[in-house]
Design a protein around this ligand. Sequence first.
Ligand SMILES: CC(C)(COP(=O)(O)OP(=O)(O)OC[C@H]1O[C@@H](n2cnc3c(N)ncnc32)[C@H](O)[C@@H]1OP(=O)(O)O)[C@@H](O)C(=O)NCCC(=O)NCCS
Length: 179
Amino acid sequence: MNLSARIYLREIDRKFLAQLRAIDCACLGDFWSLEAYQREIDNPSSCVLGLTTENNELMGFGCLWAILEEAHITVLAVRPEYQGQGFGKALVWGLLKKARDRHLEWATLEVRASNHVAIALYESFGFKEIGRRPNYYEVTGEDALMLWCKSIHTPEFSRLLEQWHESISASLLSKGWNL
Ligand SMILES: CC(C)(COP(=O)(O)OP(=O)(O)OC[C@H]1O[C@@H](n2cnc3c(N)ncnc32)[C@H](O)[C@@H]1OP(=O)(O)O)[C@@H](O)C(=O)NCCC(=O)NCCS
């Protein structure tokens, strides 16, 4: 008997706005307003990728902007009660796949220098530090690290995406989640 719960990685629409905001407030300290998320959903140059349960509960999400050849990851968050199980990995994988499918050539993002969990997550997909923006975050004055993942349009990267998909799915399945 298969007791695993189905979960889905998918581009999400306006019916998830309230849940996007709730996760934003819980994980990102009120980063984007409801209107900002609405603009992201409506903007064809943006991708808002969600991880949902069968009952349309939003477990986490990530966003990217397509800017010329670049995929800029703007937001990533997993609902606190779901953190540490591999869902962040599934979301980064999904964003990189979306970027590859749009024929973008590299991915970039900014991350707080103290956010070791997120930095380790991005590094596991090949992101490297390419610079630092001093005092980037207004309230704390903390530096941002600029990370870059190159050559996402190459056949080698597509092979890596397949391998990561297998290992992420297997790891989630071992915890009872069927991606
Ligand atoms: C960052 C975040 C999205 C990660 O999501 P998650 O579902 O907890 O992450 P995962 O379970 O997929 O873990 C992925 C990797 O992150 C790292 N990681 C996760 N939890 C960690 C911990 N407690 N300590 C150190 N590294 C950790 C590991 O490298 C892990 O890979 P591994 O399991 O193969 O070792 C989530 O913690 C979050 O929403 N944080 C608040 C918002 C935020 O910081 N967003 C990033 C902004 S750039």
